[in-house]
Design a protein around this ligand. Structure first.
Ligand SMILES: NC(=O)c1ccc[n+]([C@@H]2O[C@H](COP(=O)([O-])OP(=O)(O)OC[C@H]3O[C@@H](n4cnc5c(N)ncnc54)[C@H](O)[C@@H]3O)[C@@H](O)[C@H]2O)c1
Length: 173
């Protein structure tokens, strides 16, 4: 079965993806620095993952650690990121180093080092995909407009840009 490296694999999405990959029989390595802002005092993987994955503690900013983790991997899922949108407005160098420069290190490794990586999955951002496309029974694929404060006072759900109904109204499924 294939080897998968998940950077940021101790986080919210990473732990859930890890559980599914283990069920499917993948061999999972997690590279995570257990950012205090995310993990607080609990600097450990969830109990159910302990002993089932290879854990490397370290930052994707550290080229030596990152490249060591990339050895013998077939698939890379790159989730490691500073995820505070507000903070990114003033901790610019830190956010740039982790979210951009480390991704460049990954690309450099794939281009310039001998490796067997077949697939790379990089997490996108709501800034890119917006409110998220969905399928309306009536209008097909729709791309909802960004919700305003007024919109969310009424209902949290996004509305079809054509009918104005929410995804859970009769307009869609
Ligand atoms: N959760 C969402 O709704 C959402 C939406 C859009 C995009 N994303 C993206 O998906 C990815 C995962 O999101 P999440 O919700 O699981 O975030 P999360 O904050 O729960 O997990 C991120 C993990 O990355 C680790 N990390 C941070 N900096 C690191 C570094 N320098 N080196 C190694 N590990 C580091 C953290 O310790 C944490 O475990 C992120 O890239 C995020 O931007 C998430």
């Amino acid at each position: 079965m294939k080897n998968v490296l998940i950077t940021g694999g101790a986080g919210f999405i990473g732990t859930n993806v890890t559980r599914r990959l283990l069920e499917l029989g993948y061999k999972v390595t997690i590279l995570d620095c257990f950012l205090e802002q995310i993990h607080g005092d609990k600097q450990e993987l969830p109990d159910d993952l302990e002993g089932k994955v290879r854990l490397i503690r370290g930052s994707v900013e550290d080229k030596d650690i990152f490249y060591k983790a990339l050895e013998n991997q077939h698939i890379v899922i790159h989730y490691a990121a500073e995820t505070g949108t507000g903070q990114s407005m003033y901790s610019i160098a830190r956010y740039s180093n982790v979210n951009i420069q480390a991704t460049a290190l990954l690309c450099d490794f794939i281009m310039n080092e001998e490796n067997g990586i077949e697939n790379v999955i990089v997490a996108s951002s709501r800034s890119i995909y917006g409110e998220g496309k969905y399928v309306s029974e009536v209008h097909g694929e729709v791309y909802p407009n960004a919700r305003t404060y007024k919109d969310v006072e009424d209902t949290f759900d996004v509305r079809c840009p054509i009918s104005g109904k929410t995804r859970f109204d009769s307009c869609s499924y």
